[in-house]
Design a protein around this ligand. Sequence first.
Ligand code: FNR
Length: 359
Amino acid sequence: EKKLDILNLPALEDEAKKIIPTGGYGYIFGGSEDDWTLKQNTLAFEHAQIVPKALSDIEKPDLSTNVFGIDLKTPVMMAPTAAQGLAHAQGEDDTARGVAAVGGLMAQSTYSSTSIADTAAAGNGAPQFFQLYMSKDWSFNESLLDEAKKAGVKAIILTVDATVDGYREQDIINNFQFPIPMANLTKFSEGDGKGKGIADIYASAAQKIGPDDVRRIAEYTDLPVIVKGVQSPEDAMRAIGAGAAGIYVSNHGGRQLNGGPASFDVLESIAKAVNHQVPIIFDSGVRRGSHVFKALAAGADLVAFGRPVIYGLALGGAQGVQSVFEHIDHELEIIMQLAGTKTIEDVKHAPLLHIHYND
Ligand code: FNR
């Protein structure tokens, strides 16, 4: 496998469609209901504009940053996404290799095709987070939290926006069932997920989550707990009040609550409420360097994306993943220079305009 020749990340979707089997591809690209929120996620970046700053005497912007005490070469990270074995035989292990090659950060999903320890080993010391889908079975939660800690994972991402499966039409059309097992689910008495649909798998997880659950998990593990699926200042404050060490602003890539706003449109108000008490991760709809810039300027400390990385993985394994990150970093570098921002800290302080265009 070799480096991908990438014009832009949206174009990868059509390329990946040619090689990922229909059911798996539908599961990956689809949103919920009529995909309204999914579409708004990317369109919403047009609601803000970057101020060009030409007489700024800067060249070669520096993309490195430090978040949660971790040094990173890029503010762009891999979102936790399930079942990457659907895209490539090496699954998450190749994703880990590709992300490590760019000095980035990867989050593993509870529903990974590979085990926490194997994927951590594939990352070869590169920083990783572990995303927990809380189970009704506390011994399951505790064993995964222990395993993550043992594997050297640096933080837990607790996803709270998936207590029921969004109405995923693609999965219904294709009668999609996971053709491959989920390595971490071998601990579930219900089985490893193979042959099940995502709705059945979510049904084994907790179907209600409240602040007390966040507190219980934060008290159990000594790793920082980041709450994922926040879309309002109120939820951000509830999460911090319950012990969250980070807020992850996301609408699950438009796969859960259809009819909610684009994730980018709620970021600024959440960042204002959080007021730098804890770091903020942002995702949903990020496809361009300019999107990353706008999210950082609107208050994010890290910007994640999911689908483009999975497509890169499908098309070129670890090298494909690396190529996707290099491409978005390249676009970001250009924007940073033209906006007169030398560092990620400068980007975080850059102004955004909110001019309304009719077309
Ligand atoms: C996801 N997402 C997700 N989130 C999570 O917390 N745990 C998970 O297991 C998964 N699984 C998953 C699978 C697939 C195929 C996709 C596309 C997404 C959501 C993910 O973390 C992230 O929020 C979105 O992918 C961001 O949107 P974009 O970048 O894909 O538009």
